[in-house]
Design a protein around this ligand. Structure first.
Ligand code: BTN
Length: 256
């Protein structure tokens, strides 16, 4: 285990790098359950995350030493737990804007928080919130970005991309981690100050397939509609010939 700090908006951010761990989200969760409190901004980074977790119980695949796989501890006590989607918006926008500046190519957010270039996924976010009654104790923000990996296993090989596949050269992973955490720090401070309406409008404009008509799977049934936006609570709005219906993550899936 190696520990260092970087300066940024999350003061004296402590970065713990693990050579090998099943999942940085799980590691951080276990550390949180111990008696010593962890500072907000603590980052757990894995060189080899061999059993990474994704949304909807998916597996997050990452070749050892090739990618960014880390979890960031936040304590968003200034937000009401019923506004959990606000953190998703702030984090996914920070990741997408940072990547777009780095790659100089459009980066979209596939609702709610997958990071896409064209029709290919380059990154994923898994935010796990720990609540105590009506207050928000902490958020474990797990982020995976494909960086230097160029060969992916089936069945995901044709559905994913990486920074190397776009820039055609290797990137320095610790440097990317410091830059991305700095961006997230800014977005997190902005979330405390700015109106959520402005942030939500920016998020909507960045949505993958925004305004486009495509098939979706609703409870396993294929339906076709236009992606109209998201509600303040984070439900996806689909326009079926003038009739707008909203869905949560368990009810609808994209067909790509
Ligand atoms: C998804 O797209 O389904 C979310 C993927 C999240 C992957 C990251 S990698 C670091 C952190 N640790 C995990 O086990 N998962 C997240």
């Amino acid at each position: 285990m190696q520990s260092n700090t970087f300066s940024g908006l999350l003061e004296g951010q402590n970065v713990i790098t693990l050579q090998r761990t099943p999942s940085t989200n799980e590691f951080l969760k276990k550390e949180l359950s111990k008696s010593t409190p962890l500072a907000e901004g603590t980052v757990i980074m894995a060189v080899d995350q061999y059993a990474g977790r994704g949304q909807k119980d998916a597996i997050w695949h990452s070749e050892p030493g090739k990618n960014l796989t880390f979890s960031l501890l936040l304590t968003p006590t200034f937000l009401n737990p019923k506004h959990q989607f606000r953190l998703t918006v702030a984090i996914s926008l920070a990741v997408a804007q940072w990547l777009e500046a780095l790659l100089k190519t459009p980066v979209k957010i596939k609702w709610p928080n997958d990071i896409y270039i064209g029709d290919k996924k380059i990154g994923g976010i898994l935010i796990e919130n720990i609540l105590a009654g009506k207050t928000w104790k902490s958020a474990i923000v797990g982020i995976g970005i494909n960086v230097n990996q160029t060969v992916f296993p089936d069945p995901i090989s044709r559905q994913v991309t990486s920074i190397k596949q776009i820039l055609h050269n290797d990137s320095n992973i610790p440097k990317l981690l410091a830059e991305l955490c700095n961006h997230i720090g800014h977005a997190y401070q902005a979330l405390k100050k700015e109106s959520f309406d402005t942030l939500l409008a920016t998020y909507r404009k960045r949505l993958y397939r925004f305004g486009e008509t495509h098939p979706f799977l609703v409870d396993g049934v294929k339906v076709t509609g236009a992606l109209a936006g998201v509600t303040e609570a984070g439900r996806l709005q689909i326009d079926f010939e003038g009739h707008v219906v909203d869905f949560d993550i368990k009810e609808i899936a994209f067909v790509i």
